[in-house]
Structure formats: C-alpha cells, structure tokens
Design a binder for this molecule. Structure first.
Ligand SMILES: Cc1cc2nc3c(=O)[nH]c(=O)nc-3n(C[C@H](O)[C@H](O)[C@H](O)COP(=O)(O)OP(=O)(O)OC[C@H]3O[C@@H](n4cnc5c(N)ncnc54)[C@H](O)[C@@H]3O)c2cc1C
Length: 389
C-alpha cells in the first residue's frame, strides 16, 4: 500500500483526504484483475462506472467554478497507482471537456457537462495533426463560416478516445490572424456526417487512439467556443489546467513501482540474505523514495497554487509535469532492474508500468516544451516567442 503521509501536508483540505480514501476503496473494489482484452468496451465501462460513482464530477466545472486541481491530482495519482486505464478514462473526461468548462456558454455547458460527469458522453481533445504536434500554432485543419454553419476540413492524429468519443473539442484555423492568432475551438459531435476515424493507432500501452478526418463536417455556428481567434488561448489554458495532473498520474505509477520493488526486494533471496539486505539495493530504494517525494511536493505545490488563483502558475505546473514524468521513468526503470528477468516478463506489474509511463513525457507538452515554458517564465521581459503544446 502506497505511502499516504503526503495527505497530511498543508496543501490539502479535509475533502481531499476523503477523496483519496474513497477513491482508493473504489479502486480496490473495481480495478483489480481487469484486463483490456476489448480496449474500447473496457474504456467505455470505466467511464460509466467512474461516472456512476460520482468521481467524474471532479472533471467538470460546477456552475461558474473551475475544476479543483488538487482533487484532480489526487484522483489521478490514486487511479494511476491502481490502473493506468482507469486513470486514462478519468483524465480524458477532464481534458476533453476542459475547454467547455473554462470557455463554454451556459448552453454549451448545460448540453455537455452533465453527461460528461455522469459518464454518458465520452470526451476527446483534438489538437495534434500529422504535420504539427508540439507546434500547435501551425494547425492546418480549417473551419470556414457558411451561413449559420462552420465547415471543418482536415485531419487530426494521435487523438485519445478517437473512435469511442461522443464529441471532439477540435482546434481549427479560422484565419482572424497569422499563426496562433487565427485559430478557434469547436465542439464537434462524433455522430456527424463527414467525421471519420481514418485509422486506429496502437501504442506501447493500451490506449484508444486514432487519426480522425474532417471531410466537410458542418456544425452549427454556436458550436464555437469563446470568440473566433481565441482557439490557441483556449487550447493552452485547457492544457495548463490539466498539466499538473499528468505529473500526478506519473507519481501514481512511480509509487506503485516503489511498492512493487520493496515487496520484491524483501522476498527475493540473494545467497543467505534478501535483496533488501543489500546496501546497493537499499541506496536505490532511497533514491526512488526521494524522487517520488520531490515529485509530490512539486505537484501539490502547483495544484494548490492553481486552486488559490491570483498568480501565473505556468512555471510551477511545467516544473511539476517535467520533473514528475522524468523521475517516474527513472523510478520505474529501477524497479524493473531490481526484478531482474521477471521485470521484463509480460504481465508482471513493473513491466506494465514501464510501458505505461513512457508517453507521459511526450503528450500534453513534451519535456523539452516544459523546459521552454520554465525558461520563458524565468527570462520574462527579456525573451519572446509563441507557446507550444
Ligand atoms: C499516447 C498519446 C496520446 C495522445 N493524446 C492526444 C490527444 O488526446 N489530443 C491531441 O491533440 N494530441 C494527443 N497526443 C499527441 C501529442 O500531444 C503529441 O504527440 C505531442 O504534442 C508531440 O507532438 P508530435 O508527436 O508531433 O512530436 P513533435 O512536435 O514533432 O516533437 C518531436 C519531439 O521533438 C522534441 N521537441 C518538440 N518541441 C520541442 C521544442 N520546442 N524544443 C526542443 N525540442 C522539442 C520533443 O522531444 C518531441 O517529443 C497524444 C500522443 C500520445 C503519444
């Protein structure tokens, strides 16, 4: 069982501790021994179950309030500790609907958010294109206004929940200005003429992912989020809201790897002693614990700052995501090493974690992009340049 002593830190309120305990209990009852043989059905079921249990309410704005980032981070840490797929199902309901929570009209919120929170509508965030990922300012998918409709043409790739989503918050070029200044965001229902899943993409850890085509997809004029030309800001603010929580998922994976490593080390005999009696192993375990605590401090500092509001949180969020995802990669690698051959054997938990962690250093802003955000904030006033995803 993971170290939960961090819950006594001053960043938290009683509701956060209750969430951590309640969700851990839910995971014990619902996440054990689940196998993603049919990935799509498994994800749909997890979304429904998380919705029925009331946890997806955390992912959406309640009236005019923003989602509570500490709650999102605790939820993702707890879910990732127990099941990467449950964490994925939860996280995408937040990221996919985040732009509606932050920028939607009363009607847009009313039409989508209750269904997202109930687990009845699966959400997706469609920004990346074959020719532009990190460089989101160069999005080529276009949206042209024709009468009372917008007509979308283009292609998105690596879209999580692609193929199972009920709607895609989609970023497209509307041409109000050059580059980042000429983008807008739209709510596009999945069941609409012209929207096609062009390809399902398999990655190293189970994850519904697809390339999506928009062939003259017509959506009503009121499908736009915010004003025309605000799409880049909408996308970046949505990513910034959830950035810390990617670090929190990495933290959950890392805590699980440390627990697996400790349990293995205590039981694995090496001559007359166990691995845990060996000084080199003990030093490795200490380094793993240090990496985990430093990640947790950065994550919950950033989440607390974000909830407090009033200050620019981009540097703290970028530091949390960068450090936690990179550190988790090292912690999990050390856990695999400690397991020896068993560590690379299919079905062993640390082997699963080794695959689960990798994409977190790439999506929602690769590590290099996080370094740029941190450096830009440090050098504020003396440098310029557009933000990347
Ligand atoms: C599992 C998974 C799920 C995803 N889900 C979604 C989703 O739901 N919605 C969505 O829109 N996208 C999604 N993506 C796409 C993801 O956001 C992109 O992969 C990411 O933004 C990187 O873009 P890219 O793959 O085109 O790589 P590129 O932008 O081509 O970058 C390649 C590499 O170059 C380096 N690099 C990038 N920028 C810089 C820089 N400024 N300075 C220095 N080095 C740099 C980094 O190492 C990066 O990994 C997902 C990706 C994966 C793997």
């Amino acid at each position: 069982m993971a170290d939960r002593s961090f819950l006594a830190w001053p960043f938290f309120e009683p509701k956060h501790r209750e969430l951590a305990d309640g969700l851990q209990r839910w995971c014990v009852d619902n996440c054990a021994d689940r196998y993603a043989d049919d990935l799509d059905s498994e994800c749909r079921m997890l979304v429904r179950e998380l919705g029925a249990a009331g946890f997806l309410k955390l992912c959406v704005a309640d009236g005019d309030t923003r989602p509570d980032v500490r709650s999102l981070a605790i939820a993702r840490e707890t879910l990732a500790y127990n099941s990467a797929l449950a964490d994925f199902a939860f996280a995408m309901q937040g990221l996919g609907s985040g732009a509606i929570s932050l920028f939607g009209t009363v009607e847009q919120k009313r039409d989508w958010l209750p269904r997202v929170a109930a687990g009845e509508a699966i959400a997706a965030f469609a920004m990346t294109e074959p020719e532009c990922g990190s460089d989101a300012a160069n999005i080529q998918t276009s949206a042209m206004r024709e009468g009372n409709e917008w007509v979308l043409v283009g292609e998105k790739t690596l879209i999580s929940n692609g193929g199972i989503a009920d709607f895609y918050v989609t970023f497209a070029r509307t041409g109000e200005g050059e580059g980042a200044r000429g983008l807008s965001a739209f709510i596009v229902p999945a069941a609409i003429d012209g929207l096609k899943v062009a390809e399902r993409i398999e990655v190293i850890a189970p994850h519904p992912l697809a390339r999506i085509r928009f062939d003259n997809v017509r959506v009503p004029a009121d499908s736009i989020l915010g004003e025309g030309g605000e799409g880049f800001r909408i996308g970046m603010e949505t990513l910034n809201l959830f950035r810390v929580t990617v670090g929190a998922a990495a933290l959950g994976f890392a805590r699980r790897a440390l627990d697996e490593a400790m349990s293995w080390a205590k039981n694995r005999r090496l001559g007359s002693a166990t691995l845990a009696d060996n000084g080199v192993t003990r030093a490795t375990l200490a380094d793993m614990a240090l990496a985990i605590d430093s990640s947790a401090l950065l994550i919950y500092r950033a989440a607390w700052q974000q909830d407090e509001g009033g200050i620019d949180n981009r540097r703290a969020a970028a530091m949390a995501k960068l450090h936690a995802t990179e550190a988790a990669g090292r912690v999990i690698d050390a856990a695999v090493q400690m397991h020896g051959g068993a560590g690379v054997t299919r079905g062993v938990k640390v082997e699963e974690l080794y695959r689960d962690i990798r994409a977190l250093r790439i999506y929602e802003g690769a590590s290099e992009v996080q370094r740029q955000i941190i450096a830009r904030d440090l050098l504020k006033g003396s440098s310029s340049g557009g933000e990347t995803a």
